[in-house]
Unconditional design. Structure first.
Length: 188
């Protein structure tokens, strides 16, 4: 088995421990696979490091519950930053165990943390793919929690995170009818 395959298998094994099920599968495992599948369509020649970052972007996210942080905006950002550091650390550990040098784990950490996303094409690709996966698989249930004006605002914020290539890919997605309607209004 190649180093890359070893790492992806280890990420899947870690994410398979997610107690939350979606479509009968651990939610984190399903999310990672959806991310990889979308990356293969968005950037078929993605580097090994980007493939690892994409698959492990939310590795073991379930281990740091949102409820452990204050339910306000500063608490949300503290939680998100803790997750980014945890994800980067776990991926570096898995990569080291598969024989990658420390520098490789550091690079994947930069990508996962989306450091300098607008200046780093691989970090921007993580943002694009995450937004595409959100729009395709998660936005319908998420947006039902909000009134139309708030839903439009959420889609506009999502859109601003994406590159032009991400925008083009998003416009090619088959979206749920309500999501398509909200996207149309958000872009009007």
């Amino acid at each position: 088995m190649s180093q890359l395959a070893t790492v992806l298998t280890a990420i899947d094994a870690a994410n398979a421990k997610d107690p939350t099920l979606e479509d009968g599968q651990p939610a984190a495992l399903l999310y990672g696979r959806r991310m990889s599948e979308r990356l293969s369509k968005f950037l078929p020649d993605a580097s090994e490091f980007l493939q690892i970052a994409i698959r492990g972007q939310h590795i073991e996210r379930f281990a740091i519950p949102r409820k452990d942080y204050p339910m306000d905006k500063p608490g949300y950002f503290r939680w998100r930053n803790a997750l980014k550091e945890r994800h980067a650390q776990r991926l570096a550990e898995i990569m080291a165990a598969a024989g990658y040098p420390a520098e490789a784990g550091q690079r994947v950490g930069q990508i996962v943390r989306k450091e300098r996303a607008k200046n780093d094409p691989e970090a921007q690709a993580v943002e694009d793919v995450a937004c595409l996966v959100f729009l395709e698989f998660y936005s319908e249930a998420f947006l039902t929690k909000y009134e139309e004006a708030k839903s439009i605002d959420i889609v506009q914020k999502t859109w601003r995170k994406m590159s032009e290539a991400g925008h083009a890919a998003a416009l090619g997605l088959t979206l749920a009818p309500r999501v398509g309607e909200i996207v149309g209004k958000a872009l009007a």
